[in-house]
Design a protein around this ligand. Structure first.
Ligand SMILES: Cc1cc2nc3c(=O)[nH]c(=O)nc-3n(C[C@H](O)[C@H](O)[C@H](O)COP(=O)(O)OP(=O)(O)OC[C@H]3O[C@@H](n4cnc5c(N)ncnc54)[C@H](O)[C@@H]3O)c2cc1C
Length: 229
């Protein structure tokens, strides 16, 4: 990184950077997926109407987006669900994070996804979307989401079923973004009265949206939030 960019980032961090403390970390088996409980004393969660994301510092001058889920606005804690199957600064950072560590983030902002009161909510995505959809479920309250999360590792699919008492099905991921499994899962599902939420691998989100729009019973709404490419 050049010196000017580094200086600009340092200024931004000084002006906007806030921090949180890691309360606990749980790794799934194999350890390529992590649940991180964090206390963010300066994060006001009381007005959240949409799923949020935060930009977390994962290396000097490097930030990655993660989703606060399972938040408690009174004690300002939440859980981040972080996928680390890939090789990148974010996945390296999460593998080295320990209880008691400090997390720096700049800003909290809303995503394109919020609960729909008018139609059934069907969610589709990969493991990077787990926290995002847990957050959507929290915002939706007692209204049940249905849908599928694509997961490559068999044991992770088992852990998903075991840990979440949730109407969401873990399905086997057979390609990079999980397109084949999501198309298979949606094939026999009536969607005309649904709002479909798609997130994860950006090219997959775009293809899936196109395919769902072509259906005779095309969904009432299709809301895409791309995560990575
Ligand atoms: C609004 C928003 C919210 C997000 N919330 C979360 C969240 O809660 N949890 C979470 O895990 N991620 C979340 N993401 C995605 C996360 O920010 C990216 O996946 C991030 O790029 C991963 O960073 P990295 O440094 O590990 O890999 P990168 O350096 O970005 O990428 C390295 C390589 O890995 C590939 N790659 C990146 N992400 C994945 C992935 N998930 N699976 C497989 N391959 C991948 C890339 O194509 C690239 O080739 C969110 C993204 C956005 C935009």
């Amino acid at each position: 990184m050049n010196i000017i960019k580094q200086k600009a980032i340092n200024l931004l961090e000084t002006a906007l950077g806030k921090s949180g403390t890691v309360l606990a970390i749980r790794a799934w088996e194999p350890a390529t997926f992590f649940e991180v409980d964090v206390h963010f004393p300066e994060m006001d969660m009381s007005g959240w109407k949409r799923v949020q994301h935060i930009k977390v510092k994962v290396a000097p001058g490097v930030y990655r987006d993660y989703t606060p889920a399972g938040w408690d606005e009174d004690i300002r804690t939440c859980t981040l669900y972080i996928n680390a199957e890939q090789h990148g600064p974010g996945s390296h950072w999460i593998r080295s994070l320990r209880e008691g560590d400090s997390i720096t983030y700049v800003g909290v902002g809303p995503t394109a996804h919020g609960p729909s009161m008018a139609a059934e909510m069907v969610i589709l995505g990969d493991m990077s979307s787990i926290g995002h959809y847990l957050a959507l479920q929290q915002l939706a309250g007692p209204r049940k989401l249905t849908g599928a999360i694509t997961i490559e590792d068999e044991n992770h699919r088992e852990e998903f079923k075991e840990y979440f008492n949730w109407n969401i099905q873990p399905v086997r991921k057979t390609d990079m973004g999980g397109l084949t499994s999501m198309l298979k899962w949606t094939k026999d599902k009536p969607l005309a009265h649904s709002n479909v939420y798609i997130s994860g691998h950006i090219p997959t989100c775009i293809r899936l949206r196109k395919e769902l729009k072509k259906r005779e019973d095309s969904p009432r709404g299709i809301h895409v939030q791309g995560f990575w490419s």
